[in-house]
Design a protein around this ligand. Structure first.
Ligand code: MF3
Ligand code: CO
Length: 237
């Protein structure tokens, strides 16, 4: 799983360098597809429940599952969430990050910072003996203290020989609840955070989820192994 997640991280790094005003999300898709193939891996999302692309590229009020398009041209001030996973030798890797495009507003910058921090706080809770919802609570309490809201309709997940395995990992919950964390489990933790209310709806395309109030949304994700020595962030290089 480390090897599949290193590929995920490497492709994310290449995409980060490409993201600037004028680039289309389809150009990012092409690079992700090529670089995955070069490394002998298979894109995890393409064909999953009929999803047609390697990447999810969600711009501004798009929360998750935005689709790459040569009509989607990034512009200064946008935020772009890129979600990407691969399958290598029978094991999945999965990670997401929200990028600023050019210069973004202070409010958007705060959203990115708080969302990334909420993932870091979740990761700190990934220790043997803690309970699953300790992770959820860490995300929710940080985000709500900063005045933002947690999306309820999508959650993180176990990951391994399948992209989505039990347990579901909500980004909201009460400390001390849920199953105990054990060494050997691998979780994909993925806070999706809105500036406005928590509501989302899916567009006519059947995939793109947007905030119901049109507010900006950010998404960060890592695949993390639980070890006796603490959390091992497999998708961080
Ligand atoms: N990171 C997302 C997830 O874990 C991406 C899934 S997109 C899909 O669920 F196309 F594969 F559904
Ligand atoms: Co995921």
């Amino acid at each position: 799983m480390r090897r599949s997640n290193v590929i995920v991280a490497e492709v994310h790094q290449l995409l980060r360098e490409m993201i600037k005003p004028g680039v289309t999300t389809m150009e990012l898709e092409r690079v992700a597809e090529e670089e995955t193939e070069k490394r002998g891996a298979v894109p995890a999302f393409k064909g999953y429940s009929g999803y047609p692309y390697c990447l999810c590229t969600s711009i501004n009020e798009e929360v998750v599952h935005g689709m790459p398009s040569d009509k989607k041209v990034l512009k200064d001030g946008d935020i772009l969430s890129v979600d990407f996973g691969v399958l290598l030798d029978g094991f999945y890797g999965d990670a997401a990050v929200t990028h600023p495009v050019g210069t973004i507003s202070d409010e958007a910058a705060k959203l990115l910072k708080v969302t990334e921090e909420s993932l870091d706080k979740a990761i700190e809770q990934i220790v043997v003996g803690n309970r699953l919802h300790d992770i959820s609570h860490a995300v929710q309490s940080h985000v709500e203290a900063e005045g933002f809201s947690v999306v309820r309709d999508f959650v993180g997940h176990g990951i391994g020989r399948k992209l989505h395995e039990a347990p579901q990992v909500p980004n909201f919950g009460s400390p001390g609840m849920g199953p105990r964390l054990k060494a050997g489990m691998v979780l994909a933790i993925e806070p999706m955070i809105n500036i406005g209310g928590p509501g989302v709806r899916v567009l006519e395309d059947g995939w793109t989820a947007i905030t119901t109030d049109g507010s900006l949304s950010a998404h960060y994700e890592h695949s993390i192994a639980i070890t006796d020595e603490g959390p091992y962030v497999l998708s961080r290089i």
